[in-house]
Design a protein around this ligand. Sequence first.
Ligand SMILES: [Zn+2]
Length: 368
Amino acid sequence: MWRPVALLLLLLAPFRALAVETMRIAMGDAQAEVRVSGRALSFGSDTEDARFSPLDPDSVVVRRRGSRLELNGAPVIGNAVRFRAGEDSEDAGVPGSSPLRAGGMQVRGDVVVRLYKDGLQLINVIPLEDYLAGVLGSEMPVSFPPEALKAQAVAARTYALQKKLETYGSPFHMGSSVLHQVYGGLNREDPRSRAAVEATRGEVLTYELAPIEAYFHASCGGRTESGQDALQRDLPYLQAVDCPCGSLPASRWSATVSDSELHAALGQATEGFRVASRSATHRVNRVVTANGVSLDGATLRRKLGYTKLKSLGFDVERTGGAWHFNGRGYGHGAGLCQWGAKGLADEGLSYRDILSHYYPGTELQQLY
Ligand SMILES: [Zn+2]
């Protein structure tokens, strides 16, 4: 029953005082105190409709004293305080507020400092659309056709909102590794990715009125994988579908793994391994080592390295004293295939067509 309720909350969000959907991303933890600086700094309570009061200095120290917070030595009510910098008219590249500095990072949007365990936790609150413009360039090459970029923008927005609902009520929705991706992205933000985000503003893929788990990957090699086989997510809209990326030479890969590499990866001396089972799309489900240890495919891939074993769609043979892998695709294979989306866009399909191909049975909804 939680799904319709969660969606209702999402639908109501735009009608709150601030009509901006935001993401909360953990920046990291601090000890007893942290300095926050930014131009025209102001502070308020940690809510979307908080009133912000200007701070005279552009740099303040937040300190934990017992179970309370202090701002430049003065007590603050509540267990969190939120900071915002003034508008930055000089920075034409990225709209919005000027950056804030806290805990060794420079971020846009708001920074929340909250009591956490024995110390403090820093959280960046960033408008979802800015977050998407920042990450899109690191998720898909900006040289891809506009309809493919738009499909990726909707998938990334849906994925983020689904994470937000999944963590509803938690202080943050995503961990700090995402933040490095965001600001790596902001620095490399491209007009093409910004245009794809703006063209699809507020559009989210839903199934039975809830945002879907919109997984995506670089290349499937000709057929995507079911959510169950790829990620143990048995969802009606994550089924294996045909994909045009299979005809691309770039979707094929090969790798050679020596015995010593295999030993190091598996953490045990073994005479080798054999494929024990495959999914319906020929991807490896399970391998068994010569000394009888059974591993699922995802674990094998993690242990050998995701860039070495680019996918589980491989055949393997032992020749010349080493293991030779020949495979197709890059990534887990579930949901949207990025190279396939490019292929479909090149054939003239719209981003809506592309999305309904990779997420069958879903509906595109305008949430704000
Ligand atoms: Zn594909």
